[in-house]
Design a protein around this ligand. Structure first.
Ligand code: RP5
Length: 168
C-alpha cells in the first residue's frame, strides 16, 4: 500500500473497502489527492501497482485476494493504451472506477477513450483525466458506499456542504 509520500511501503493487514490499482508506479502522483478524501469519508483503501500488460497474473492475484477479503469498490488508474480498468472489470463483478492518466504523448486522450469505450456488459465508471478525476473517483466510491453505510453518507453530505460554502 502506498502512503502519502507515494512510496509503496505501508502494508495494510485488513483488506480495504476500496482497492486502487495503478498501471505503473509512475501513475502514483495522480492519485495523491485521493488519500485525504478517502480518509475523510472513513474509507479504508489500499494501493497496488500491477500493469494489465506487463503483470496480468499479479493483477489477477490482487483482484482474487481483494474480493476474498471483502473489497467493495475497485479503482484503476492507467495511461496510454490503459486497458487496466477494463481488464479489472472483466475479472470482478464489483464496481470499477477508471481514472485516465495523461502519461503519453497524446496527453490522456488515448487513456480516456480506451477506458470510457467499454463494450456492453462490462462497465467501467470513467472519471476525468488526471488528478481531478482521481479525486472524483474517491467521491464516487464514497457515494456508492453511502447507499448502505450511514456514516459514509454523513461524511459525503458534510463534504457537499463544505463545497457549497466555497470549499474545493
Ligand atoms: C501505462 O503506461 C501506465 O498506467 C502508465 O501510465 C503508462 C507508462 O508506464 P511506465 O512506462 O511509466 O511504467 O500502462
Amino acid at each position: 500500500m502506498a502512503g502519502k509520500s507515494g512510496k509503496t511501503t505501508r502494508k495494510t493487514k485488513k483488506t480495504p473497502r476500496v482497492m486502487i490499482v495503478l498501471g505503473s508506479k509512475s501513475d502514483l502522483p495522480v492519485i495523491e489527492g485521493m488519500y485525504a478524501l478517502l480518509e475523510r469519508f472513513g474509507l479504508s483503501y489500499g494501493v497496488e501497482v500491477a500493469s494489465a500488460h506487463r503483470q496480468p497474473q499479479k493483477l489477477k492475484r490482487i483482484i482474487t485476494a481483494s474480493e476474498k477479503g471483502g473489497t467493495e469498490i475497485f479503482v484503476a488508474a492507467a495511461g496510454m493504451a490503459a486497458h487496466l480498468p477494463g481488464v479489472m472489470a472483466s475479472m470482478t463483478g464489483k464496481p470499477v472506477i477508471g481514472i485516465p492518466v495523461a502519461s503519453g504523448p497524446l496527453m490522456g486522450i488515448d487513456a480516456l477513450l480506451s477506458i470510457v469505450q467499454m463494450p456492453p456488459g462490462v462497465p467501467v465508471a470513467t472519471v476525468a483525466v488526471g488528478s481531478a478525476g482521481a479525486r472524483n473517483a474517491a467521491c464516487l466510491a464514497a457515494r456508492m458506499l453511502a447507499l448502505k453505510d450511514a456514516k459514509v453518507a454523513a461524511a459525503v453530505e458534510d463534504y457537499r456542504k463544505e463545497l457549497a460554502r466555497g470549499g474545493r
